[in-house]
Write a protein that binds this ligand. Sequence first.
Ligand code: HEC
Ligand code: HEC
Ligand code: HEC
Ligand code: HEC
Ligand code: HEC
Length: 400
Amino acid sequence: MRLISICILLLSVAILPYTISAKKATTIDELVEMYNIKPCAQCHPDKYEEWKTSTMGNSVVDPRVLMGMRSFIRLAIDEEKSLKREDLTICLNCHIPQIKDAAPELIVHIGNLVLTAVEAKDEIKREEAKKELSKLNLNCLGCHNLKGAGSNVQPKAGVIYVPDDIDDSAHRKAGYETQKSDILKTSEFCAQCHHCPPEVPWKDCPTLYTTYIENFIHKGHKETCQDCHMKGAEAIHKFFGPNNPDFLKSSISLSVNARPTKYINIYENKKTPAVVIKIELKNNAGHVIPHGCIFSPKIVMNLTVKDQDSKEIFSRQKEFTVGDLYFKGGKSVAMAEWDVTATEHFDLGIKPDQPFYSTFIIPLKTDTKAVDVEVILKYFYSRDEIFTIGETVQKVIIEN
Ligand code: HEC
Ligand code: HEC
Ligand code: HEC
Ligand code: HEC
Ligand code: HEC
């Protein structure tokens, strides 16, 4: 999903009057102190441990995110006259919602740390910058306070929004108010960051959430994001994603059926041996996969056929991805390549309930005795992290 037009909207939200009243943090430590989660961690150590290593707990220092923000600073902010370094809030709004309470000089400082973390020649400098940035993340209060009441609802300071009716005495003693918020159990809760704000017309914002509604909910399914990603009632705070091998593998069923055959070759006046391969990829997730924010991950399927001497006689590759591209002559707005309203959407992903099928009929030499049909499915999470999702090898004996 391309999130920039949303971001511009969010930017205008971020400068609404209500934020002016609060004191603004000028250092990272001040901002961390304003959204201090140490007390939450002390009483909910299980949730804290699960969350800490999740993508949410690393929503800035994730190497993909650091590189994405670096490129946004270099290729958008620094090149567009209308933008200033503090406009990095465009990205930070979702990645660290607490940023609404940061002073402009702190945003500029965070941007400088992002550049150091990615570009500094000295490894020690890069690591120091990352360590400082790792204090910023999407934490308990980002979800249970800032986003806990729902979109366009102003959250109340000092309130913990919870999904159920609970005994709130522990929270009261620790100085917090507790409020039940029904939105926490719904997919709309996640859509606050995984989709555009409700004001953006549906058709202008093709995101993972759009595909969840159109290709999953409208097809009669009922599961929420939490049912799959937090294991429902267990409310596991790892926010399982593609970087969890078992979760990732559960998203796709790969089946391969390879059979020997012969076809009539009228030119040569003989029967030519062949192998027929049928491949089916079924997406078990609740939306099109793969999907992303700026940089879209890729799923790549590789088919190779080798003869009895292990010599490759056939190969094919198919890529699945989703992305947005800007073309010359398109809407000319600032940062057009980053703007969902100026780019064209390409959905080359795999839809739930709509398996991807492909069939190959591969002619063989008459002396072929057997072939190995190998299908490998890989998920390119980042340049350095490539996960194998599925793998099968079938030996097919060719009768002559
Ligand atoms: C002094 C200990 C303490 C602190 C500090 C604390 N909690 Fe709790 N919290 C509890 C207890 C005890 C319950 C369970 C009450 C129950 O299950 O009836 C609870 C319940 C919750 C629930 C709802 C659980 C449910 O079953 O619906 C949420 C969400 C929650 N806390 C989040 C937080 C967050 C976020 C923070 C930090 C801002 C925090 N808590 C700080 C003790 C604490
Ligand atoms: C509307 C909320 C929102 C805004 C604004 C936003 N992001 Fe994201 N970002 C997300 C979400 C949600 C994910 C996880 C997306 C997924 O995996 O489908 C993410 C993931 C990423 C990733 C990981 C790789 C990928 O593309 O999935 C990068 C890089 C990234 N964001 C960079 C940026 C940059 C740079 C900006 C500002 C130009 C930005 N984000 C603005 C919500 C946002
Ligand atoms: C990305 C958003 C997000 C973050 C970050 C987050 N939570 Fe939650 N949390 C939720 C949602 C959503 C639920 C409700 C899940 C449900 O009931 O379907 C929940 C439920 C809970 C519950 C109730 C669990 C239960 O058994 O019902 C507790 C306790 C809790 N969170 C504590 C925390 C603490 C502590 C942190 C920080 C370490 C944290 N949360 C961070 C979204 C978040
Ligand atoms: C406050 C904004 C926000 C909310 C609310 C939110 N997310 Fe996210 N989510 C993000 C951002 C930002 C990232 C990217 C973090 C990264 O790549 O390091 C992300 C990443 C993810 C990822 C991992 C994607 C990847 O490429 O590894 C999953 C899975 C996910 N979110 C699921 C959920 C679910 C399920 C909910 C609702 C229970 C939810 N999110 C609520 C902002 C949010
Ligand atoms: C039926 C279960 C199911 C439901 C419902 C579901 N997901 Fe997923 N989701 C998965 C699986 C499995 C994956 C791993 C496959 C992948 O990442 O390609 C995944 C992947 C993701 C990713 C990473 C995308 C990528 O390819 O990098 C994000 C972000 C995400 N889901 C968010 C959500 C949100 C937000 C919702 C609700 C609007 C949701 N999911 C609903 C099962 C589900």
